[in-house]
Write a protein that binds this ligand. Sequence first.
Ligand code: TEU
Ligand code: CA
Length: 550
Amino acid sequence: MTGTPTRWWQHATVYQIYPRSFADSNGDGIGDIPGIVKRLDYLAALGIEVIWLSPIFDSPMADNGYDIADYQAIAPIFGTLADFDTLIAEAKARGIGILLDLVVNHTSDRHRWFVASRAGREAACRDYYIWRDPAPDGGPPNALQSTFGGPAWTFDAASGQYYFHQFAPSQPDLDWTNPAVRHEIYAMMRWWRDRGIAGFRMDVINLIAKEPDRGITADGPKLHDYLQEMHREALAGRDVMTVGESWSVTPETALLYSGRSRNELSMVFQFEHVMQQWHATWGKWQPAPFDLVALKRIISRWQLALAEDGWNSLFWSNHDLPRAVSKYGDAGRYRVASAKMLASVLHLLRGTPFVYQGEEIGMTNMPFASIAQYRDIETLNMHRLHLEAGLPEADFIAGANANGRDNARTPMQWDDGPNAGFTTGTPWIAVNPNFRTVNVAAAMADDRSVLAHYRRLIGLRRRLPIIVAGDYAPWLEDHPDIVAYTRALDGDTLLVLANFRAAPVTIDVPPALRGNWPRLLEDGADTLGAHRTLAPFEVIAGLRTAHAAA
Ligand code: TEU
Ligand code: CA
């Protein structure tokens, strides 16, 4: 089979750490690298083999580190380079590799390149960024808008020119058409690579080849040339894993990024299923009903498109997205059941699964009462702009609670002690009050916990080739409440049948799925007749092997 997965990262499960909110070792209220080192045994026991670390580099933290001032220094609030080397070594000793977050579409405006660049039209590094003369009326060169709201151009009075930024004005875009910029970045990547990291997660990699004069932001014509050059210069010959973030990738372009013979990336993060659930007018800032049939269609399209070549990443949540139980499950009465169901549905697909810190204990979105509790630059900007555009305050807060970034960035809940065991000081953002019941210590003591379920799923992926390699087929595609799929390998069949509703749902079982299904995650078997009623958020995961009697 041409699509047989042979690379280590096709077999691994990744855990995302948002360092600020993971574990604070020194009581300043901010998570840090020594805090992560202390929790490595916990992560090793979970079975993960890779950690994606959100940015830990020196930064003024306007966007919590996605605004980098020095790519080769660690932010003092997170620790030192020696702490980082300890993390690499201690993780490696437990069979865990570290992915760094490569944020090279833009830098911070405090980066020495930008400080030099803005010194004047003839300044050194002027051409590391994108400077343009004003339009004839003195306004911005064109109407391009930034992701965080407002124009993508900011005027610099001293030099009389505008600079380009796809995010905040304090995040100026690098000019990738300049070979000097590209070669600085590759050298920096080699420097980290040679410290022993396992690879990179690449922030908004679809945006690097922008051509703002032509109105092009995502997927510029030179994008794949740059990625192939990056591969040659910084990745080739090393067995690293790379995952590129792209909000514009399609199944077709995913094959360009991750095709075996392309020499670009291992895989991409795609967000079609996320954006599909947004409000038509107000985007994510107004809750929209959850459309399961559309979600299933997108999952199937990606599973099938990348079956023979390329590779999928699998995730429900990250630091920019709502927590999975709150978004797709039930954060109340059925929290545990729905968290387990979502985990099974995701982890038994074909691809590399990513677990966002806290997801493995079923952490929920923290609801905030007012805008005063938010810290996030995107949410604060969008609040101002959406209210100006006529969205009522209460609607915005409801939208932000459903989809805002801070609601999923609250501190990791370790135990039921003060501040959930995250810090002995004052946490940088509020702890979710449900930490008294939702915490790691409680989950460790309960073999029916969400955590126990994640451990089993992650362990199974390491043992059962069908989870990594099996062919995917969808079932009951138009059913509004049920997700159903099978995986097939060498005569074995794995079945996943999941109820996404807080109510019992009865289905007509397709003839091919009837019969006996030995349970994958528990003892015993499920026997499916012509009809089957699934309890609220119940998931059936069964494995029929070719040699066992059906
Ligand atoms: O995110 C890319 C991005 O476009 C998000 O800002 C996303 O579009 C938004 O949250 C949806 O409304 C990456 C990082 O993951 C994010 O944390 C950074 O803020 C952003 O890039 C800029 O570096
Ligand atoms: Ca700290």
